[in-house]
Write a new protein. Sequence first.
Length: 145
Amino acid sequence: MKAFRFVLYAMVVGLMSAGCSGDDGPLRANPNLPNINVNLTLDLNLPQYNPLNFPGNSFVTGLQGIRGIVIYNIDNSQYTAFEIACPNTPLSDCSTMTVDGLTATCPCNGNQYNIITGQLTAGEGQYPMLAYRISRSGDQLTINN
């Protein structure tokens, strides 16, 4: 019985160690962006958030996030929310992206990202935009990580 427990213990420890490999591949955390807590609720009845009541519109808020958050209304039931700090540049004076239409542009390196998918569309870089969870309940949008 002791031998069985030892073998079982060795297998569990071995499996746990194998799961702790150093290469996380594309899921690796972005070293350019600090991990901060985001928990934001927007009331869509307030006039400043009126653009978010219509599909195809975006809104940038500086209330939370590293440099701010861009929110996009896909169809009044689906929204996206992304960090506007440049994901492929260390934080600096030029690392706040500007948003024009569906494109967020990093002034540091000229990289461009799609604000619906967060993917890099022009330029070079390893990381997409940092996504936040977003949900709508009635007239409230909740954004968090």
